[in-house]
Ligand binder design. Structure first.
Ligand SMILES: Nc1ncnc2c1ncn2[C@@H]1O[C@H](COP(=O)(O)OP(=O)(O)OP(=O)(O)O)[C@@H](O)[C@H]1O
Length: 341
């Protein structure tokens, strides 16, 4: 649904060059919620602004719903007719809502429809329908100043949906909200994704946002995508940085060469299997459980357990093979730094 190829953006100011995006290839599948995560300055905002061509990339292409936006002329306020039409199919939600304070909630939602020249009655009908969808039917005549942050963001979402977009871009939509309001806005985004088949690309600096709403994610650093994939696949990859950040087990003591520490990840029905006791019985070994946690990620139950077995890695090749045969993801932690060996 959204594909970027070789997307690069170089800013030049005061004789300096900043490569905000560096050869970014991204693929967001139709109907998924895709999160881009990264620390400040990683290039997330630049990426989202280049995806709807609010910012024209220095090089590379952006294709949304089969249309190569980079081939259309203009950018920002000077977008050509074709680019404006393509943009109407892309909704955008902002961190600070960007509502007009002098207009009522209803009038804010109607604004994009006014720009497209839709008649007054049809605009009202559409705005009322959208306010109902985001749970704010009773606030149509209120002004933004009379709403809570979460309600303002719901208005922002209703306005973004006015043009019946297939794609919604969300620029840190929950960063200005408290944790409970964040949860309710993320739940709304998930419902819209499922009810309307809306593809959502969101950027965030919070792993919790990725964990609670995304199907896939990309990690950005220094303008580059350093890792990307579906969360369920990343969780099965012992080397995934995203998986480790999504599901930190913390440090559970120092490891010694005569012990083997395993990190066991299980998804779906696998936790029902009492694999630790089976392993202990089958191989007559004492297993020390160092830590365990269960989370719901991408709508699936995922568990992770860290256990310690007596003996070196070589001594434990057979028990490790047994666990893997049970369909479990097993990573042997490197005794020197705790990362998967
Ligand atoms: N208009 C601009 N002119 C010059 N440099 C810019 C401009 N916009 C962004 N940058 C630089 O590009 C890099 C990426 O910025 P960007 O805002 O995309 O990062 P980000 O990941 O969204 O960060 P944050 O989470 O803080 O918003 C930064 O080094 C930033 O200083």
């Amino acid at each position: 649904m959204i594909t970027t190829k070789g997307l690069t953006k170089v800013y030049r100011s005061q004789g300096r060059e900043v490569r905000a995006l560096d050869d970014v290839d991204l693929h967001v599948r139709q109907g998924e919620v895709f999160g881009v995560v990264g620390t400040s300055g990683a290039g997330k905002s630049t990426l989202i602004r280049c995806v709807n061509l609010l910012e024209r990339p220095t090089s590379g292409t952006v294709t949304v719903d089969g249309v190569d936006l980079t081939a259309l002329s203009g950018s920002e306020q000077r977008a050509g007719r074709d680019l404006r039409a393509a943009r109407q199919r892309i909704g955008m939600v902002f961190q600070h809502f960007n509502l007009l304070s002098s207009r009522t909630v209803q009038q804010n939602v109607e604004l994009p429809l006014e720009i497209t020249g839709l008649g007054r009655r049809e605009r009202r009908r559409k705005a009322a329908e959208l306010l109902d969808l985001v749970g704010l039917a009773d606030k149509a005549r209120s002004y933004p100043g009379q709403l809570s942050g979460g309600q303002k963001q719901r208005v922002g979402i209703a306005r973004a949906l006015a043009g019946d977009p297939k794609v919604l871009l969300s620029d840190e939509a929950t960063s200005a909200l408290d944790p409970e309001t964040t949860r309710s806005v993320l739940k709304l985004l998930r419902e819209l994704n499922q009810q309307l088949g809306l593809t959502i690309l969101l950027i965030t600096h919070e792993m919790d946002v990725i964990k609670s709403v995304c199907d896939s994610a990309a990690l950005m650093r220094g303008g580059r995508v350093v890792e990307t994939g579906q969360l369920t696949d990343l969780l099965s990859d012992g080397h995934s940085r995203i998986a480790r950040d999504l599901f930190p087990l913390g440090d559970f003591g120092t490891r010694t060469p005569d012990r083997t520490v395993l990190e066991i990840t299980f998804q779906g029905d696998a936790p029902a299997q009492p694999f630790v006791s089976q392993l202990a019985r089958t191989y007559q070994i004492d297993i020390n459980i160092l830590g365990a946690a269960v989370e719901t990620i991408a709508g699936r139950l995922v568990g992770r357990m860290r256990v310690e077995l007596p003996g070196s890695h070589t001594d434990n090749v057979v028990p490790i093979g047994y666990l893997r045969q049970q369909g479990l993801q097993v990573d042997v932690l490197d005794p020197s730094n705790g990362a998967a060996a």
